[in-house]
Design a protein around this ligand. Structure first.
Ligand SMILES: Nc1ncnc2c1ncn2[C@@H]1O[C@H](COP(=O)(O)OP(=O)(O)O)[C@@H](O)[C@H]1O
Ligand SMILES: [Mg+2]
Length: 363
């Protein structure tokens, strides 16, 4: 069996590292405009360069005629994904990827399935949006947004007027600012036969819009909230006949959950599953897209993850007897995700202590 992955970043790397022991071969599509640093996937399989306009047939051949193709990011060329679907199975499907690529399509899907999310406006000017949503509010581009990029928070009327004078933002989504208690995410996986498994909710801390730290299971989450999150994701997975891992980011407000966004792929907030779950998200995604039975998502201990943002070299000193390092081999740049460390502990107090101590070696 050969799996083709569109993308050459750390998620492609970790999917391949999880699938190689199963005897699966990998190949990677390197979009020449986007995937400029290929070091994450070097040595893990065929790397096939591609640019828009090139023959899809030739690309499929160059990939070694994979049995199935998957993606490591939602910011992909949809035409490429749709065309590849005429050569082999694509999981999740081009339709599911399309649905999650645009924030407005995502919101419309949530509304259709009666899943709560932050109130928003679309194709409504800034002043009218402020009157409807109140301030603060956040302007988000429909696509091309990740790690807090391409979004602007409007705190007051002065910044509203300045922004309104600079651009009209008519094609952006504008969201009410949610004064959340915390952010959590749910990672779920659905097999080709409809089997669904969920990891426990993960608690996430962001710095300047970029995930810095995750803890699993999330603290102070009632069984009712856990069940609500799983119910929302089950509706999405079934409505889309989705195959693979899906990630759902949520805001916690009191005992309510609001869905923030979806990612049709393995997710940074699920990296802890490499150490704290029976089967990690990467292996489960590979199993799902390969049509294999899913592995158990059972938590094996309290687990945390620290992202290594802009850290120049592998931080060996931050390691302890109960942590593991995943280094992506990427060129170092400020705030770039260059690796992560997973930690396990018997309780939250010692987990937090370990992670706090490791952070002092990093930043
Ligand atoms: N409506 C909102 N209210 C409060 N915080 C928000 C809102 N939207 C986004 N944020 C904050 O910005 C972060 C990044 O926004 P998100 O929509 O998840 O975009 P990205 O695709 O960049 O991850 C979120 O994790 C959250 O901390
Ligand atoms: Mg996000």
């Amino acid at each position: 069996m050969r799996i083709g992955i569109i993308g050459c970043g750390q998620l492609a790397r970790m999917m391949a590292l999880a699938g190689l022991p199963l005897g699966i071969k990998f190949s990677f599509v390197a979009d020449s405009g986007v995937d400029t640093d290929l070091s994450c996937v070097e040595g893990l399989g065929i790397i096939a360069p591609w640019q828009p306009g090139q023959s899809i047939e030739a690309l499929y051949q160059a990939l070694g005629k994979p049995d199935v193709i998957t993606v490591e990011k939602e910011q992909v060329d949809l035409h490429l994904v749709q065309q590849l679907e005429t050569y082999c199975t694509v999981r999740p499907s081009a339709a599911s990827i399309t649905q999650c690529k645009s924030r407005i399509k995502e919101k419309q899907l949530l509304a259709k399935l009666d899943i709560p999310c932050a109130p928003f406006t679309y194709q409504v000017d800034l002043a009218q949006s402020a009157a409807t949503l109140g301030l603060p509010m956040v302007i988000k581009s429909l696509d091309e947004g990740y790690d807090g990029k391409n979004q602007w928070v409007v705190h007051d009327n002065d910044s509203l007027n300045t922004l309104a004078a600079s651009e009209n933002f008519g094609d952006h989504l504008i969201e009410q600012w949610i004064p959340f208690d915390k952010e959590v995410s749910l990672i779920g996986t659905r097999g080709h036969d409809g089997d669904i498994h969920f990891y426990p909710l993960t608690e996430n801390v962001h710095r300047k819009g970029i995930l810095i730290r995750s803890t699993a299971p999330a603290k102070h989450i009632s069984p009712k909230m856990e069940a609500a999150a799983q119910d929302y994701m089950r509706r999405l997975l079934e409505a889309e006949d989705y195959v693979g891992v899906l990630a759902m980011e949520l805001f916690v407000v009191g005992d309510q959950l609001l869905v923030n966004e979806l990612a049709p792929r393995v997710h940074n907030s699920g990296h802890w599953t490499q150490m704290g779950a029976t089967t990690c998200q990467f292996e489960n995604h590979i199993r799902a897209v390969a049509g294999l039975p899913l592995g158990a998502t059972t938590l094996t201990s309290k687990t945390g993850m620290l992202n290594l943002l802009g850290v120049a070299v592998p931080p060996m000193k931050a390691l302890s007897s109960s942590s593991s390092l995943h280094w992506y081999n990427k060129e170092s740049k400020p705030n770039r995700k260059l690796g992560h460390i997973n930690f396990t502990a018997a309780d939250y107090v010692s987990l937090d202590q370990q992670m706090d101590l490791a952070e002092t070696h990093l930043y």
